[in-house]
Ligand binder design. Structure first.
Ligand code: ARG
Length: 456
């Protein structure tokens, strides 16, 4: 069935029809389309374009279609209709006859598609927020379970300072929290209802756009009919949130991939989420993490696709814009799957306490503390930095760590060193002193976990 035809004297080319079709992917908007069509039928009733009996029959039939579909869309997909709007009209006409032909009065697919898509985006955002919450809970579970694990903190992938493993987990929590906030802010962007804008110039029937918007759960309306049908900023904004979210996941994955190397050996992934090699029997690979990292590229690709598709297209609706959906749907799905997979990882890793600690002990991660020691004794920061730099160089040459250099040698670098220096640069003391808010001391980390639980 076509929504047009009167003007045409020749039959459409079949290959072209397939090319033009969006039903294969826009069918997932069926529930949103039904909701807005019901609201539209109520408007038609209030404008006396249809009567009460006709409105009820349309509304009942739309609800019936919704129930018949449940989550099985095969009856839609079997059809050769152009898009979900066409399919719904065809189905209504098939079920209730000519009254259904009135439903399209004054309404364009240009406004309908963007209305349904915005509604769908709102639902997706809410679901994504709930997945992110679950992920945060898994992060907190891990932080509590391994609260005593000390590990090296890295900058430039060089050992920097000792941290608690839980502290690192909490940094992941914060990234995810910003994703949640970004998503909630997005809901405001989605809240302007385009319905009642017509194809481009508005609608000549008397319509209360605010009323119809409220009925389909929008808090406000779009203010310009041309912009209403042109605007896809919300798709771009949604995709940029997803891209940032995927970037966060990729960074977490990169950390875990490194921690899981034979060289670092800080963590182990459970067999149930690891893969083997077809050739090398010893291998246990973190495919799950690499795949999440890899899928980040696909999502960035979608963001760029939409930006390029929108670039320079004239106002207002152009068919180019049909290309917005597959990218968006795929990215949402990808992010959702990756969030769920990383949650699975958090539930199925074990931390190698001894290797983490050994890595800190066999390093110069306490150099800053040796420097602080001298500062406390009154040496300027600049001079202390110079002195400790020389001590580290000496230690590397002698194949020793800072706590293995005897006091007389230390004194030869600075007379301010005393016996208490060894206690001062011990890992426990180093950690304990990082007691600034958001710092790595156990005290702070426990407090952050407590607050993080409340913030969820
Ligand atoms: N399938 C179209 C889309 O996704 C729906 C709007 C079609 N409008 C039109 N004038 N052809 O954008």
């Amino acid at each position: 069935m076509f929504l047009w035809g009167g003007r045409f004297s020749k039959k459409s080319n079949n290959n072209f029809l397939n090319f033009n079709r969006s039903l294969d992917f826009d069918y997932i908007l069926v529930k949103q389309d039904i909701i807005s069509l019901i609201a539209w039928s109520k408007f038609l009733l209030s404008s006396k374009i249809i009567n009460k009996i006709e409105q009820s029959s349309i509304e009942n039939c739309l609800n019936e279609i919704k129930n018949d579909l449940k989550n099985n869309f095969s009856i839609i997909l079997r059809s050769d209709c152009e898009d979900i709007h066409t399919w719904l009209e065809k189905e209504l006409i098939f079920r209730i006859g000519k009254v259904a032909k009135k439903l399209r009065t004054g309404k364009s697919r240009n406004e309908q598609i963007t209305t349904s898509l915005k509604m769908w985006c709102k639902d997706s955002v809410k679901k994504l927020i709930s997945y992110l919450k679950k992920m945060q809970l898994n992060i907190l579970y891990l932080s509590e379970k391994y609260i005593d694990v000390v590990m090296p903190g890295y900058t430039h992938l060089q050992i920097a300072q000792p941290i608690l493993f839980s502290h690192l987990c909490l940094s992941y929590y914060e990234m995810i929290n910003r994703d949640k906030i970004r998503l909630s802010n997005l809901l405001k962007t989605f809240n302007f209802c385009p319905l009642g804008s017509g194809a481009i110039s508005g609608i000549s029937y008397k319509i209360d756009r605010y009323k119809i918007a409220k009925e389909i759960f929008f808090s406000d309306i779009t203010k310009n009919s041309i912009d209403s049908v042109s605007d896809r900023d919300y798709v771009v904004e949604f995709l940029s949130c997803i891209s940032i979210g995927m970037m966060h996941l990729s960074r977490i994955c990169e950390d875990l991939i490194f921690f899981n190397t034979s060289e670092a050996n800080f963590i182990e992934l459970s067999d149930i989420i690891s893969t083997g090699s077809s050739l090398m029997p010893q291998k246990k690979n973190p495919d799950i993490l690499e795949l999440i990292r890899g899928k980040c590229g696909r999502v960035y690709g979608s963001l760029i696709s939409i930006l390029v598709m929108l670039k320079g297209i004239p106002m207002s609706y152009n068919k180019d814009m049909q290309e917005d959906k597959e990218c968006l749907f795929d990215s949402i799905n990808t992010w959702k799957n990756c969030i769920n997979m990383i949650s699975l990882v958090f539930k199925n890793i074990s931390i190698n306490y001894n290797n983490c600690l050994k890595s800190v002990e066999n390093s110069y991660a306490n150099s800053t503390d040796l420097l602080d020691y001298l500062v406390k004794k009154g040496v300027s920061f600049k001079n202390s930095h110079e002195i400790v730099g020389k001590i580290v160089l000496y230690a590397i040459k002698k194949k020793k760590y800072l706590n293995q250099i005897n006091i007389s040698t230390l004194k030869s670098f600075s007379i301010f060193f005393e016996d208490d220096v060894y206690d001062y640069i011990s890992i426990n003391k180093v950690l304990e002193r990082k007691n600034s808010i958001g710092g790595t001391s156990k005290n702070q980390v426990l407090n952050s976990i407590k607050l993080a639980k409340k913030r969820i």
